[in-house]
Design a protein around this ligand. Sequence first.
Ligand SMILES: [Mg+2]
Length: 191
Amino acid sequence: MATSRLPKLVAFDLDYTLWPLWIDSHVSSPLERDGDTLNEVHDKYGDTVAFYHEVPQILHRLRAAGVVIAACSRTTATVLARRALALLLLPPKAGNPESPAMPAIGFFDQLEIYPGSKITHFKQLHKKTGIPYSEMLFFDDELRNRNVESLGVTFHLVSRGVNNTCFERGLESWRAKHLEKVLDALPDAAT
Ligand SMILES: [Mg+2]
């Protein structure tokens, strides 16, 4: 299958998009990791925080393609969310089992984690990266955050966490909206 053009920035919400919990109400400090356990940390009561299982390879794919990766969350638990990202170890890229596991936070070029409308989060992303909104694709499980479309961001609603199917659908919806960018990127673009 031919690979097609990716957006320049892909942003993910955290709660119920990358992990199956609300970090502000389901998790209690301190978070800890047992040794080098992959994709799992636990809180004060032994409850675990882990990405949905297809998330690590999706992050690897984006990173390998040079796409800017952002986390956009309106949680009030800003410190705990960052701590979870810092502690979670991503499994090696598929096909490279010998490569070292890396902390998830290293995959995120931008972190916008604070309460309020996500319009603010995306305005900050645009200001910090200079990337146009038309090059941004956002995955989020809450419909209210679709308001970022008013900026020109492509919003993809996540129903049961990000997985490969949902990710591909998001890419398809971005490509459908920006066909001219996709065609321009083809080696023999139809004229
Ligand atoms: Mg959410």
